[in-house]
Design a protein around this ligand. Structure first.
Ligand SMILES: [Zn+2]
Length: 387
């Protein structure tokens, strides 16, 4: 069958042209990738979200009786809303040896480079398989990949290691902090503000909990634990969003706020949350003395574990050999790697472009980075091929 070969730059253009902002369906992109792989005889497995509007794509190239190596990327991108772009974010513009477009660095450049090597991969006789994993909803808390991990984790041939192609400028990332997001809802009781003794002020209770969270944040800052490969070198905690009340002359019934913990690998998140919950519980007797059905509810919204892969692990050694990097880095951003590692798939991070350009207007990936990524993947293919 005659087939036009799509090179890495053309493939980046095609992928960026799909507006896969996390709030949108990614199915148009997934269908395109599935059809592309199909054209090379590679079957895709799609794992959908509950609504059937988004999907992860998983495909194995080569023998399926071996665990093999997984190459992983997310298909969604962050919004361009309210950003001052100088070009159309969904149309790649090539300028000054850079490809400008939303997702060019984070991380369609990697996915595209990988896809452009599929024709090469299917030609070679592989000693162990290469698995492709393309997820949805990474940017909103590493949500999508979880359903795929559920499918993979008990398979005898689940990947023996994984490389996530998030932008590290092709350095080898072995660690990142986790990210745990919580929402606290204080259910108070409404009253006219001249009669505060009849009301339960939800904002004030929330403020006390927020102050407690700040106290824990200071404790982490001052007492650690510390890892100076990270900036900041401690687990960070903060409150980022708060809504409460309706008018000044009404004792507010409801207040809701979101806070997050970004723990260093190994730090005790359950212990911190227990401390916050225990503190919140001390506020309840006073609230309930006024109105019995008041409450404070703290829900976990998302939890993405940290990543900490040993520098002497075979995944690290492999990525270092392929990239030619000496030394490893720890990255400031979270990835799906922590979830893979927790599921028994040791993971390192190595991909083209810089996180400095990710999520910003005029996001770009340097062509030199794409070329280095291609060389990295080419060396991987050579290494796993019989000849
Ligand atoms: Zn990313």
């Amino acid at each position: 069958m005659a087939r036009a070969v799509i090179d890495k730059i053309e493939m980046t253009k095609r992928l960026v042209a799909f507006d896969t902002t996390s709030r949108n369906s990614n199915l148009a992109l997934i269908d395109f990738v599935r059809d592309y792989l199909d054209g090379y005889g590679v079957k895709s497995e799609l794992v959908f979200d509950a609504g059937g509007q988004k999907a992860n794509l998983y495909a194995t190239i080569g023998r399926d009786d071996q665990r093999g190596i997984m190459l992983s990327g997310h298909t969604d991108v962050v919004p361009v809303d309210d950003q001052d772009w100088h070009t159309d974010p969904f149309k790649i513009v090539e300028k000054d040896d850079r490809l400008y477009g939303r997702g060019s660095a984070d991380m369609k450049g990697f996915v595209a480079t990988l896809l452009s090597l599929v024709p090469e991969l299917v030609k070679r006789k592989l000693r162990e398989p290469i698995h492709l994993s393309f997820s949805y909803d990474e940017e909103v808390g590493c949500i999508g990949i979880r359903t795929l991990i559920e499918v993979l984790k008990d398979r005898p041939n689940k990947p023996r290691l994984c490389i996530v192609g998030e932008p590290t400028e092709m350095q080898v990332g072995v660690g990142h902090k986790g990210k745990h997001v919580y929402r606290c809802h204080v259910h108070g009781h409404e009253a006219h503000s001249s009669l505060i003794h009849l009301g339960v002020n939800a904002i004030e209770a929330a403020a006390e909990i927020v102050a407690k969270i700040k106290e824990l944040a200071r404790r982490k800052r001052d007492q650690g634990p510390f890892d100076h490969d990270y900036g900041p070198p401690y687990s960070s905690i903060h409150t980022g969003l708060i809504h409460g009340g309706t008018a000044l002359n009404i004792v507010p019934r409801d207040c809701e706020f979101d806070f997050e913990i970004r723990p260093l690998p190994g730090d005790d998140v359950p212990g911190l949350i227990k401390e916050i919950r225990d503190y919140a519980a001390t506020l309840l007797p006073e609230m309930r003395a006024v109105q019995a059905n008041t409450d404070i509810v703290i829900d976990e919204i998302s939890a993405a574990p940290s990543l900490s892969t040993p520098t002497d692990h075979e995944a690290t050694q492999l990525a270092a050999a392929l990239s030619g990097a000496n030394g490893t880095i720890k990255v400031a951003f979270g990835t799906e790697g922590g979830l893979f590692a927790a599921a028994g798939i040791p993971t390192v991070i190595c991909g083209p472009g810089s996180i400095d350009q990710a999520h910003k207007p005029d996001e770009f990936v340097a062509l030199e980075q794409i070329i280095r990524c291609e060389a990295f993947l080419q060396r991987l293919i050579d290494r796993v091929s019989v000849s």
